[in-house]
Design a protein around this ligand. Structure first.
Ligand SMILES: Cc1cc2nc3c(=O)[nH]c(=O)nc-3n(C[C@H](O)[C@H](O)[C@H](O)COP(=O)(O)OP(=O)(O)OC[C@H]3O[C@@H](n4cnc5c(N)ncnc54)[C@H](O)[C@@H]3O)c2cc1C
Length: 391
């Protein structure tokens, strides 16, 4: 291994590998020396990503299932939503890791290192990556490692914080039971005693589906509770069917108004570490793709990819902060909020809003759908930057 590179990417997860893939697709980087470092070999199927988009992007070849319709279910409102012009898509973690790593293996300017990163630093001349065995330097470092857990960072800053946590079973049934033309985006007809709770069902064929039990709460549950909730839901929804669990996954995603550090000089944070998780929903796939596109475009144009937050981003972060406050302080439950939004707006407006792509007119419509008496005080607090009281 050399001691200096043009670019070092720390963390070969979604953000690191999306950036690498985009770099590999542009001739500008053909002669750049690029090193990717991760503590893990990235050879396990540790997560499934779902996201909606209008156009095809770089990971289209590994999309395993697409839906044009999704359903939304709550005690007082149920609907099947036509997503047009969006399509909802699913990608398996292992397919993404293999796809990018196989392509990288054909390039002699890209190297990998399986080692734990202890720290990253920037200075005027470049950036440093501290490993257990040595310290490396690069002109730019793109870092996707969060060196301190997000809940600890938010706690220190007295910011609002919830975990979006979930367990999913990928099941195979003995007989066909699923309508695989429609994915269940949110089913709130489950017990809400723990806080905002919904089921998420992604049928990939009439006999296979990913069934996920998802919560937005301050604390993670004991494992048996997720398992029981999924088993009960399958029984309630599909009856006493024979099925086997092919695979399971667990996730916990930070939902916070904490301002993740964007970077410093030649160090650019990306992914969860760079604040690319939407604070009010936990969605990250789309935002990571947008961020890595911008980074590549900036590097090609000779600009520093470390940019100030745009007005649009500040606007959406304010909305996230408002919604998060309402959820965190239990001023209104998630089922009622999402029911109000989905029942009073066309789906394309809601999906633009959730992707931070809505216009001011769209935003006003969304705001008009939720109760002013709950959201206005939270909006004033968020605008004034009122912090959470420490417990
Ligand atoms: C199970 C699961 C399902 C999800 N599903 C969705 C979804 O459907 N849609 C959506 O929008 N978002 C989803 N997310 C949220 C988000 O998209 C993912 O968390 C995504 O992987 C974040 O990308 P990242 O690169 O920031 O982090 P990661 O993908 O976690 O990558 C970070 C990398 O850093 C490495 N690393 C960590 N510490 C060190 C260290 N000290 N030294 C070296 N390497 C280190 C890790 O091994 C890892 O490879 C999901 C998250 C999970 C956990």
């Amino acid at each position: 291994m050399k001691s200096h590179y043009d670019y070092i990417i720390t963390g070969a997860g979604l953000a690191g590998l999306s950036l690498l893939m985009r770099m590999m697709q542009h001739p500008f980087f053909d002669t750049a020396q690029i090193l990717v470092i991760d503590a893990a070999k990235k050879n396990t199927n540790d997560r499934t990503w779902c996201f909606w988009e209008k156009e095809s992007d770089i990971f289209e070849p590994i999309v395993i299932k697409k839906w044009d319709h999704v359903s939304f279910l709550a005690p007082s409102y149920t609907n099947e939503l036509n997503l047009s012009p969006f399509t909802y898509k699913m990608i398996r973690g292992i397919d993404l890791y293999s796809h990018v790593l196989e392509k990288a293996a054909t390039k002699n300017n890209i190297s990998f290192c399986t080692e734990r990163v202890l720290a990253v630093h920037s200075d005027n001349h470049g950036a440093k990556v501290v490993l257990e065995s040595q310290t490396l330097t690069a002109s730019k470092v793109f870092n996707s490692i969060l060196f301190e857990p997000a809940n600890v960072l938010a706690q220190k800053a007295s910011d609002y914080f919830l975990w979006q946590h979930f367990k999913g079973f990928e099941i195979k049934t003995a007989t066909p039971v699923f309508n695989d033309a429609v994915a269940t985006l949110m089913d709130f007809t489950v017990d809400q005693a723990e806080g905002t709770t919904f089921m998420y069902v992604m049928p990939t064929s009439p006999t296979t589906a990913l069934v996920e039990y998802t919560l937005f709460t301050p604390n993670i549950l004991e494992e048996e509770k997720y398992d029981k909730a999924i088993t009960d839901y399958i029984q309630k929804t599909y009856g006493s069917i024979d099925y086997e669990v092919m695979h399971h996954e667990f996730g916990q995603i930070p939902m916070t108004n904490y301002s993740f550090v964007a970077g410093a000089e030649n160090l650019i944070n990306i992914g969860v570490a760079g604040g690319q998780v939407k604070g009010s929903s936990g969605y990250a796939f789309h935002f990571i793709q947008e961020k890595t596109k911008t980074i590549v475009a900036d590097l090609v144009a000779g600009k520093n990819p470390l940019r100030a937050r745009t007005f649009a981003l500040k606007k959406f972060q304010l909305y996230d902060s408002v919604l998060l406050r309402v959820l965190h302080d239990k001023k209104l439950d998630g089922a009622s909020i999402f029911t109000a939004i989905f029942s009073k707006n066309p789906p394309d407006r809601v999906f633009r809003f959730l992707n931070n792509e809505s216009t001011l007119i769209d935003d006003l419509h969304i705001m008009a759908s939720v109760p002013t008496r709950v959201f206005l005080p939270a909006a004033i607090q968020a605008l004034l930057g009122v912090k959470r009281r420490r417990a």
